[in-house]
Design a protein around this ligand. Sequence first.
Ligand code: F6P
Length: 327
Amino acid sequence: MGKDIKRIAVFTSGGDAPGMNAALRAVVRTASFHDLHVYGINRGYEGMIDGDLKRLERRDVANIIHRGGTILKTARSKRFMEAEGRQQAFESLQAFDIDACIAIGGNGTFTGAHVFGQEHPMPFMGIPGTIDNDLYGTDYTIGFDTAVNTAIEAVDRIRDTADSHNRLFFIEVMGRHAGYIALHTAIASGAESVLIPEIETSLESLVDRLRKNAKRKKLFSLIIVAEGTPLGNATEIARKISEHISDFEIKVTIIGHLQRGGAPNGLDRVLASRLGHSAVEGLLNGKSDKMVGILNDEIVYTPFEDAIYKQKDINNDLVRMSEILAM
Ligand code: F6P
C-alpha cells in the first residue's frame, strides 16, 4: 500500500442518515490499523472552512455503532459552493497537514468534493450516506434500509386506523428526486398504490383505481407518496383526489424526519462498516475522486462524476410487481 497518506480527515455532510456513525467508526479504526492519524471535521464543509477539526482515536468512536444521527454533526454549506469558501477550506486542511479526505454524504456532498478536487490537490473518497438510495454506483446507500423500516412501521400503524374507519390515507415519505423509499415501503406494507418522482401517474388513472376499489367494497386504502412526484406532494394529491372521489374520507400523514432518525438496523451497520473500511483502503491504494459502493456484494469504486450525474434507474420490475400484488 502507498505510504504517502499519513493524515486523513473525515466528515459527514448533507442530510444525516442512520449508520453514518458506524461508517465513521470503520474509517477511524481502519485508518488506525494502518497507522494513519484521523481528524474528524465538525459540521461538514462548514467546519472544513472554519478549521473545526479534532483528532479522533480508536476509543473516540467506541459506543457509536448503534447511534443514529452523526456525532460529527452535519450541514448543507452554501459557503462551500463559492470558490472563496473552498479556498479557505483548503487552507484549513493544510494547516492540519491533511493528506486526504473522506466525505460521508449524498449527491450534493460529492458534487462539492468533485469540484474541490479539480481546484486543489487533495485526494477525496466518498461514502454514500443518504436515506434516499439515489446514488449510481452502489446497490444501497447507508440509512436507506433503516428509513424504509421506520416508514413501514408507521404505515402498519396507519393501516389499523384506516381499516377501523374505512378511510383513504395518503402517506408521504421522503425522496424529493427519488422513489426508492416510497417503492420499498409500498411493497413491504402492502399499500394500494405508490407515487414516485420517476414515474408519471395521471390523476385520472388514480381516481379510476380508487373508484374500482370502492365498487368492489374495498373499504380502506393506503397510498404511499414520495415528496416530489409529478402530481405534487401528498397534501396536494389528496386535495385533487377529494374533488373526484366521495366514497372515502381522506386523510394525509407525512412521516417526514422520523425516517432520518433512530438506530441503524443490522444491514445498515454492516454496510456502513464495509464502506468505511473500504474507503480508507481505497485511498491507500491510490484511489481518489471516487465513491465507494457495493454492487452485487462486491466493493466498487465509482468516479464521483458518474455517481453524481448518472441516473440510478428505478427497478421497473419492482414497480410492475407492486402494482400486481396490490390488485
Ligand atoms: O436527502 C435526504 C433527505 O432526507 C430527502 O429525502 C429530503 O427531501 C431532504 O433530505 C430533506 O432535507 P432537510 O432535512 O434539509 O429538510
